[in-house]
Write a protein that binds this ligand. Structure first.
Ligand SMILES: [Fe+2]
Ligand SMILES: [Fe+2]
Length: 379
């Protein structure tokens, strides 16, 4: 975090001072070099800055305390009608200098260079922001992204981690608007939509919990990704078992119980994916008291707190969604069931916090996330 800030600062110092010096001046040269060095410290392959809803997002993580320099950068980029910059690994000093000059001077258009790409972010338009106040957080575009990711994921194809990252980024950026958690959830509109709707709802519920606990930045973001992928082991379970309308027999149940292991193995092999993802996938059906499945760790290690968060979201969303084998359960009833599992199935502190979030003041009058009667007929 500090490093990101140091780049934004040194970059903006160079931009602000650029008009004072000619581009050949030693001071400008020093500042541009400093910006380049701090950029390289921050960058493996790419360093990305976006403006989403008037906030800076750096490398897909909201950068809310970016300070004076961050605000200045937002203003300058807006003037240039630009909302994203990507710096790539082999950027040269002369590209950095030219870019700083272009950004600092009025009347000059920003353009891309071989290792700097500029653009505008369309994923989160102001129109979409308005709709967040009243409806689900899952816009069509994001919904399509998630469908696409889940449909294309298989043991033989790479998971589109970047696409998921954008979805989580959008969730986090939207939460600041303060709508109630239940308003953000999507009802499952059809049986075959369950997989990804459940994934997004579990991510939203987990992010709400995590944010309310003061978790932020990279860890918050990683929890969102891990929650989205918690059930990815189900990709390896046959549809016949997953969609079976009648009760599962013993063999089928044993097979379903392997999805945490399948998911963890699958996710552990994916590069550039948070290590939390395989951990949460493996542990999300474990219980707070060490029961559940897979079996508790032999060394007595307990479930990771992020898995405890996701387990709460998972249980809640699984019951509130109508499935092929049963109707949805209403919020009150689910909460009652969860309370019975406090200290055994669920971490009691996290559960209390979750229930408080569900019934927070903003939720009043909308205390059921379930589809209305009319909506139900369309399901
Ligand atoms: Fe699961
Ligand atoms: Fe699940």
């Amino acid at each position: 975090m500090k490093e990101r800030k140091s780049f934004i600062s040194s970059f903006m110092i160079a931009v602000s001072n650029c008009t004072l010096y000619t581009k050949e001046h030693e001071a400008f040269d020093d500042m541009a070099k400093q910006a380049l060095v701090t950029l390289q410290i921050n960058m493996d392959e790419k360093f990305e800055i976006m403006i989403l809803d008037n906030e800076l997002v750096v490398n897909k993580v909201p950068f809310r305390d970016s300070g004076l320099h961050g605000n200045n950068l937002i203003k300058r980029l807006k003037k240039k009608k630009t909302s994203s910059i990507e710096f790539f690994k082999d950027i040269t000093l002369s590209e950095m200098k030219q870019f700083i000059i272009d950004l600092s001077q009025a009347g000059r258009e920003l353009k891309s260079y071989p290792h700097i790409r500029i653009g505008s972010v369309t994923l989160y338009s102001s129109g979409a922001a308005d709709s967040l106040q009243t409806g689900s957080l899952l816009h069509d575009e994001q919904s399509e992204t998630i469908k696409d990711v889940f449909h294309s994921a298989s043991p033989f194809k790479a998971l589109k981690v970047v696409a998921l990252e954008e979805v989580v980024l959008n969730f986090i950026a939207s939460f600041k608007k303060g709508a109630s958690v239940l308003k953000h959830l999507s009802p499952v509109k059809s049986y075959n939509e369950y997989t990804y709707t459940h994934a997004t709802n579990v991510a939203i519920l987990s992010l709400f919990q995590a944010e309310s606990l003061g978790i932020k930045d990279e860890l918050l973001y990683d929890i969102g990704i891990a929650a989205l992928l918690h059930d990815s082991g189900k990709l390896f379970i046959s549809g016949e078992i997953l969609d079976k309308k009648s009760r599962l027999d013993e063999r089928e149940f044993a097979e379903i119980q392997k999805h945490p292991l399948y998911g963890a193995k699958y996710l552990a092999k994916i590069d550039n994916l948070t290590r939390l993802a395989p951990i949460v996938a493996y542990e999300h059906h474990m219980k707070y008291d060490g029961t559940g499945y897979p079996e508790a760790y032999e060394d007595g290690k307990s479930q990771h707190i992020c898995s405890q968060i996701v387990a709460i979201s998972d249980f809640f969303d699984a019951l509130r969604s109508r499935r092929s084998y049963r109707e949805s359960v209403n919020t009150e009833k689910i909460v009652g069931m969860m309370k019975k599992g406090s200290d055994t199935d669920f971490n009691p502190f996290l559960l209390d916090n979750f229930i408080r979030l569900l019934y927070s003041s903003e939720t009043e009058g909308e205390n059921s996330p379930l589809p209305s009667k009319d909506e139900k007929q369309n399901i």
